[in-house]
Design a protein around this ligand. Structure first.
Ligand code: COA
Length: 380
């Protein structure tokens, strides 16, 4: 039996902080309203040179550093995101190139805020089936680019960031103990970006009506979130043969403090067993669970042998929950000069490799053109 052990983790957040007071200058709202309804005080907003892939690459590099893994050894890169850099190619392809994962396949996965649990499940399955040995999964979002900054019902909720995990094949019986995934597309219109896809392409009128931004029916999503979070968590516990008492730390999707508190109350989980950082980052969608996990590790709340319960929900509607048995002792990464030099070389190698591949492609094209012209001349 093969298990998928988490051996590396990392997160990346934009440096720009947007506080509730900053939002008071943009829309008719107040710090008091936002904090009392959502628990959010501030969020991070990507700078002009940042995007989902740049945040994902930063998080991935930290995770590789913790795992002490050469990116060339990765078999697969999965990026869970709803806010890709482009409609195509995938963010995962950009990450694969950016970190120099020369041998890896790469694809994006869109399950909105539940995406990271979905990615964890897919990576676990690939490793357990023997199809992959080393997998990088990233949850990364730049929701600030899709938020309507004139809509106070949504713009106060979201933020940008990325979190990554490395999963490696292991004989030790740790890793995913259970995972349940769910979807209810009948609720698709409750939280969506109505235009910009193939059904409703962007036109001047669409832009004028602001249909290319996130729309949400807040109270309906709230009701769904509270019930599905408790239900999905309970199902994952049952599937793992555990109760809430067996879990050392609950790491829920960080959308709204009230949603988390209400769901945890239903599950009878004491507050000290729940990790919360929504106050600092708002809802970072697929990135929220891995960012929270990285912070929980940094705070010493995750140890070898810890049982973690991850639970997410979001657009789709979608949800996912997993019980994860943590296998390694999280120690802080003390970088020797040698390791940091090797990593530096690997980083440069990725850039050089990418440049060389692009140059090779261009030369090939020039060569083909030249050959065609030459053949044209000789045939004429
Ligand atoms: N500042 C001040 N007032 C606001 C506001 C804001 N940012 N946003 C909405 N309001 C107002 C509304 O206009 C409404 O005013 P009205 O009564 O005069 O019409 C009032 O506050 C109540 O609005 P409502 O939407 O019913 O508030 P709520 O208590 O449901 O809280 C949310 C709104 C968005 C915080 C809440 O519905 C929620 O968290 N929903 C789930 C969102 C979520 O988690 N989405 C992501 C899922 S992954």
């Amino acid at each position: 039996m093969m298990y998928a052990q988490v051996t590396g983790w990392g997160s990346a957040l934009p440096s720009r902080v947007m506080t509730n007071q900053d939002l008071e200058k943009l829309v008719e709202t107040s710090d008091e309203w936002i904090r009392s309804r959502t628990g959010i005080s501030e969020r991070r907003i990507a700078g002009p040179k940042e995007s989902t892939s740049t945040l994902a690459i930063r998080a991935a590099k930290y995770a590789l550093q913790v795992a002490d893994l050469n990116p060339r050894e990765l078999d697969l890169v999965i990026v869970a995101t709803t806010t890709p850099d482009y409609p195509m190619p995938s963010v995962a392809a950009l990450v694969q190139d950016g970190i120099g994962a020369a041998r890896a396949g790469a694809f994006d996965l869109n399950a909105a805020c539940s995406g990271f649990v979905y990615a964890l499940s897919v990576a676990n399955g690939m490793i357990a089936s023997g199809s992959a040995e080393n997998v990088l999964i990233v949850g990364a979002e730049t929701l600030s680019r899709w938020v309507d900054w004139t809509d106070r019902g949504t713009c106060v909720l979201f933020g940008d960031g990325a979190g990554a995990l490395i999963l490696q094949r292991s004989d030790l019986p740790t890793g995913l103990r259970s995972c349940i995934l769910g979807s209810d597309g009948s609720g698709a219109s409750l939280l969506n970006v109505p235009a910009g896809g193939t059904r409703t392409p962007i036109t001047a009128e669409i832009i004028q009506n602001r249909q290319n931004f996130i729309k949400m029916k807040g109270p309906e999503v709230y009701r769904f979130a509270v019930s599905v979070m408790a239900q999905a968590a309970q199902q994952a516990l049952t599937a793992a043969g555990m109760t809430a008492d067996d879990i050392d730390l609950f790491i829920p999707h960080q959308a709204n403090l009230r949603i988390i508190q209400s769901a945890m109350k239903t599950l009878k989980v004491p507050p000290e067993k729940v990790f919360i950082n929504v106050q600092h980052y708002g809802n970072t969608s697929a990135a929220s669970i891995p960012i929270a996990l990285c912070e929980a590790i940094a705070e010493g709340r995750v140890k070898a042998g810890s049982n973690l319960l991850l639970v997410g929900f979001g657009a789709g509607l979608s949800w996912g929950s997993a019980v994860l048995n943590w296998g390694v002792t999280p120690s802080s990464v003390t970088d020797s000069w040698w390791r940091s030099m090797v990593r530096n070389v690997q980083g440069r190698e990725a850039a050089v490799r990418s440049f060389a591949l692009r140059a090779h492609r261009r030369l090939e094209l020039v060569g083909t053109h030249a050959l065609r012209r030459f053949n044209g001349w000789t045939e004429a």
